[in-house]
Ligand binder design. Structure first.
Ligand SMILES: [Zn+2]
Length: 236
């Protein structure tokens, strides 16, 4: 069931699910929805008492989640500002159209919160697909020089495009990489894969990188025009 309670003038909407559990749990999901799970026989009043007791923390978590959602409007993707258009449709039908606009398809395109969440989901999927494709494409060049295939993961880092831990074979990319022009995305992937061979930024590192991306210096200069932080708030 869905419910709402008002605390200090703010309305907290929540989704309540009853389960075979012992305690009432409250969590805030990444789209800002408050989710309560409660033992099967617990009352709405008991659930709302727990929400009220933690209202301040819950509202902080909701605000933090909503702040991370890109607002519909314009978002810089692949180095180009894109108009975001919400249309009525089924989830999974979101796409780039022939003019490069981002079409967000939802059952209720007037629900701004749902549009933001679907936009974010669409951009995350697009980012993972593109980066995994590039890793697969470039990896044979690095494997030939002794690198093992890395474990790739993604995060919402606002301070860096990516990082590599050569000893554990892990590479993490920020979803914000999607804001870069395609050739700079290629550089970012090649940069992190080069760390599988050379962990620091020594002359040896750039010698290896130059074998894959000869114009890496020019591309690094272009990349400096973009910031991971502004991607997450890049509503123009
Ligand atoms: Zn590096």
């Amino acid at each position: 069931m869905n419910g709402k309670i008002e605390i200090d003038g703010r309305v907290i909407e929540y989704v309540l699910v009853r389960k075979k559990i012992k305690n009432i749990n409250i969590r805030v999901s990444s789209d800002g929805t408050v989710r309560a799970s409660a033992p099967e026989r617990s009352t709405v009043r008991a659930v709302e008492a727990v929400i009220a007791a933690h209202a301040e923390r819950i509202l902080q978590a909701v605000d933090a989640a909503l702040a991370k959602l890109p607002e519909p409007g314009r978002v810089v993707v692949y180095g180009t500002p894109r108009e975001v258009v919400a249309v009525r449709g089924r989830r999974g039908e979101s796409r780039f159209d022939a003019d490069g606009r981002i079409i967000i398809a939802l059952p209720d395109p007037d629900d701004a919160k749902a549009v933001s969440a679907e936009l974010r989901r669409f951009l995350e999927i697009e980012c993972e697909r593109t980066l995994r494709f590039l890793v697969d494409k470039l990896m044979p060049l690095f494997a030939a020089r002794g690198a093992a295939y890395p474990v790739i993961s993604f995060n919402h880092a606002k301070g860096r495009w990516g990082s590599c831990s050569p000893e554990s074979g892990r590479i993490r990319f920020s979803y914000a990489v999607l804001t870069l022009p395609p050739e700079c995305i290629g550089l970012t992937v090649a940069h992190e894969l080069t760390h599988l061979l050379v962990c620091d930024h020594s002359a040896a590192f750039y010698r290896e990188l130059a074998k894959i991306v000869p114009d890496h210096r020019q591309l690094a200069a272009v990349t400096k025009n973009y910031s991971p932080a502004s991607f997450f708030s890049s509503v123009l």
